[in-house]
Design a protein around this ligand. Structure first.
Ligand code: SAM
Length: 286
């Protein structure tokens, strides 16, 4: 549908279906016509690739993705949007809408069944109440996905794209950097949405690395250590990690010596490589 990003047209469609926005489902729909074509262009989709979209809403971004990709599978939780999407996506024959909660979908199976022989990217304006869980699911499931291009709140974008070892970094920054390289593509003002949220947004792109960017002996231990370190980020790593992992301060000191990091450092001062070395040294204590 060509005029779908026109605010008058969006109001007409929503009105004709008697649709009311659900805050609980993070429904802030894009009404700025320049954003979706830009996201579709920058997400890495082309006529040989498949795209997974999460939360198509009324299909503004979906329409643009259908124009550039071979196939689009859009996962939408709100069943009230299905008849709307039937109408707005009617002209495309390369799209499938699945009515489901993305957190409960077996994406590995979906990719095998829907995108056989295609490279796959993800492109979405994410529901903000579950931004991090969705991104973590997409990364941790080690799916055969090339890149994630997602719209998130500006603050989340800053944290996700921060450099590990900087003040802005957090456990999610470490996870993102472990699996991918992140970049901020462009900012989007709050006025670009209906209803307008209280914060601005940004589109980021995570290019998934073929293998994790550092070698760790025990991934579970690495992420448990990182979560403990950032959960009490004002404390020294000696305090936060020893209590999080239940190890003695003496053992932790030995691990720090072997990893070449100071036990008095704070989590946000350590680079990805240093965090990796530290978790390997803790692993070797056992
Ligand atoms: N893509 C549309 C746009 O840009 O205008 C809508 C984006 S809106 C921020 C988020 C969308 O995600 C809504 O359509 C909402 O119903 C849907 N959604 C919320 N939680 C979801 C979930 N767990 N799984 C799939 N879709 C979800």
């Amino acid at each position: 549908m060509e005029r779908l990003s026109d605010i008058g047209e969006i109001k007409r469609i929503l009105g004709s279906h008697g649709f009311t926005f659900s805050k609980a489902m993070g429904q802030n729909f894009l009404v700025n016509p320049s954003v979706c074509p830009k996201m579709a262009q920058l997400c890495g989709a082309d006529k040989d690739k498949g795209v997974i979209e999460i939360g198509p809403g009324i299909g503004v971004l979906t329409n643009e993705l259908c124009k550039v990709a071979k196939k689009v599978v859009a996962i939408e939780l709100d069943s009230r949007l299905l008849p709307v999407l039937d109408e707005t996506l009617a002209e495309h024959d390369n799209v499938k809408v699945i009515n489901a909660d993305v957190m409960k979908v077996d994406l590995q199976k979906l990719i095998e069944e829907e995108f056989s022989g295609m490279e796959v990217v993800v492109c979405a304006n994410l529901p903000y109440y579950i931004t991090s869980p969705i991104i973590m699911k997409l990364l941790e499931d080690k799916l055969p996905i090339k890149a994630l291009t997602v719209m998130v709140q500006k603050e989340a974008a800053d944290r996700l794209c921060a450099v590990v070892g900087s003040r802005e970094s957090g456990a999610v920054t470490v996870a993102v950097n472990y699996y991918s390289s992140a970049q901020k593509l462009f900012g989007v003002s709050r006025g670009s949405f209906m209803p307008a949220p209280n914060v601005d947004s940004a589109v980021i792109r995570l290019d998934i690395s073929e293998k994790p960017r550092i070698d760790v002996s025990d991934e579970k231990l690495f992420f448990k250590m990182v979560k403990s370190a950032f959960a009490q980020r004002r404390k020294t790593i000696s305090n936060s990690i020893t209590s999080g992992l239940s190890i003695s301060k003496d053992d932790f000191k030995i691990a720090c010596e072997n990893a070449g990091v100071s036990p008095q450092a704070r989590a946000e001062a350590l680079t990805l490589e240093e965090l990796g070395k530290l978790s390997n040294a803790i692993h070797d204590l056992k």
